[in-house]
Each structure stands twice: as C-alpha cells, then as structure tokens.
Design a protein around this ligand. Structure first.
Ligand SMILES: [Fe+2]
Length: 266
C-alpha cells in the first residue's frame, strides 16, 4: 500500500509539515515525534549497521505478556529487522513469525474512528516511522477495497484490530523459460502475465496475514460489512521499496480456477 519510496516520503517529511498533513497519498502525519525519530535513524538502519551477526530471532519472545504501545513494539523488533535486512540469507519466515507474535500484543492508542476516508473509502496514517520498520494504521469503510498491488523489496504483517477484512494473496506465476528472482525484485516485463491465488481468508479481530518478498507478495484487501481497522507493519530491505498496482478483471482463467491474468498499472 505504499506507493512512494522511503526517500520520497522522507523528502516530504523533511519540510516543515504539521500534524494532520498528508505527506504521501493516504499517509498523514499523526504524531510528529515519530517522524523525527525515523529521520534521525533511517540512513544507518537501512545499511544494516546495527545488525548483530549470528543472533537468532526469538520467535517465542512475544508470545505472551503485557500489551505493547506502538513505540515499544517497534523498539523490540528493530534489532531483528536490521539483522534481517543485512543478512545474505534472510530467514523471512522466522522473522515474520516474530513480527506476528509481537503484533498480536499491539494496543492501538487511538480510538476506532470512521472519518476522513475520501472517495476510496479507506485511509492510511503513519503509526510508527522507524525504518527499516514502518507501521501504518488503516481504516476502511464497509465493503471498500485496496486494489491489487505488490510489495517490492519489503515484507509485511497485517493485523485486523477492529471489524473484519477479506485478504486474498497471490504469487507471480513464473513465465515459461524464465526463472525470476522475485525476492530480489525481478518481475515479469511482459504486458500481461499470470498470478496464482494462494489464500483467500477473512480476518477477524486479532487475526493476521503475512507476506514475504517472494511468498504471497501480491494481495487484494476488502473490508467486511462493518468495515475494519488494520495495523500494517512493513520491513524494508531497500530504500526503493514500494508497491505497484496491478490491473485485472477479477475473473479466473478457468471456472473455479486460481490463476488470473494481470498487468502492471501504468
Ligand atoms: Fe499491501
């Protein structure tokens, strides 16, 4: 859902914006101090300078215990995140398990509110900005959709904190004769290509959906009949990490099939 790169967001954040201003499409400054923290630490964190070689990710660490504020959650996660993005062979499965465990303890500090949605029916605010970890707070009106998009050079965990949301995940079908390194950001360059649906899940309160750079990386989000509130935690492997939208007609190639023809949206 982030259609600007970190650099682009920061360039706009460097200007003297005020709380409440939109710094990228759908991204509004809600708490100025978070941006200040992120700007101070972003450059060093993204080159992996804080990583601790060989330290194992403790996936059980967040499995129990008290609720966490967003600042506490990100502070706990950031060492694992910096290690992950610095690794030659990052274990995204273990990392996403650790994120999920922590995120289930997240205690949003703002009340549920269905306002300032605009035409799209959903809005996205920055809850925490500490690259390589960024958390967005998303509110969606009943039935509204966040259309098909990928997550290039980043992974994510989506937590439903209110209401319900349908989350469909897809992967690119490798084109004939090609072997794309999807995790490294290689994607089909053909006008049309195929994606395969891996999951079609409705999340309720406290339930999660994860995606890595090369597993379930494309998704389509649709709010349930009562709308939803979501926390979306992203970990960026590169400064140029961002999302790209896809066009489709939503019809599988065969009846009851799981494969769809798509094209990058220009
Ligand atoms: Fe997304």
């Amino acid at each position: 859902m982030q259609f600007w790169t970190l650099d682009e967001i920061e360039q706009h954040a460097m200007a003297d914006h005020e709380v409440g201003e939109e710094i990228s499409p759908g991204v509004t400054i809600t708490r100025r101090r978070i941006l200040q923290i992120g700007l101070a630490g972003a450059a060093s964190l993204l080159v992996g300078g804080c990583a601790t070689p060989g330290r194992k990710i403790d996936t059980a660490r967040g499995s129990a215990g008290r609720l966490l504020t967003i600042d506490q959650l990100v502070a706990r996660l950031r060492p694992d995140a910096t290690q992950l993005i610095a690794s030659d062979r990052p274990d995204e499965t273990a990392y996403l398990a650790a994120v999920s465990s922590l995120l289930t303890r997240y205690n949003p500090d703002e009340p549920w509110a269905m306002n300032e949605m605009g035409e799209s029916g959903w809005s996205m605010n920055t809850a925490a900005w500490m690259p390589p970890v960024v958390v967005f707070d998303i509110r969606m009106r009943p039935g509204s959709k966040i259309h098909l998009h990928d997550h290039r050079h980043y992974n994510g965990v989506l937590l439903c904190t209110e209401g319900s949301v349908r989350c469909r995940n897809f992967d690119i079908v490798q084109p004939d004769g090609q072997r794309l390194n999807i995790a490294a950001g290689e994607v089909p360059t053909d006008t049309d290509f195929l994606i395969r649906q891996n999951k079609d899940t409705t999340l309720g309160h406290g339930q999660l959906s994860t995606l890595s750079r090369d597993r379930d990386n494309i998704h389509h989000i649709e709010a349930g009949p009562d709308g939803c509130s979501l926390a979306d935690l992203f970990t960026y492997f590169r400064r140029e990490a961002r999302s790209y939208e896809l066009e489709w007609d939503g019809q599988p190639l065969s009846k009851n099939g799981d494969t769809y023809k798509v094209a990058w949206k220009s």
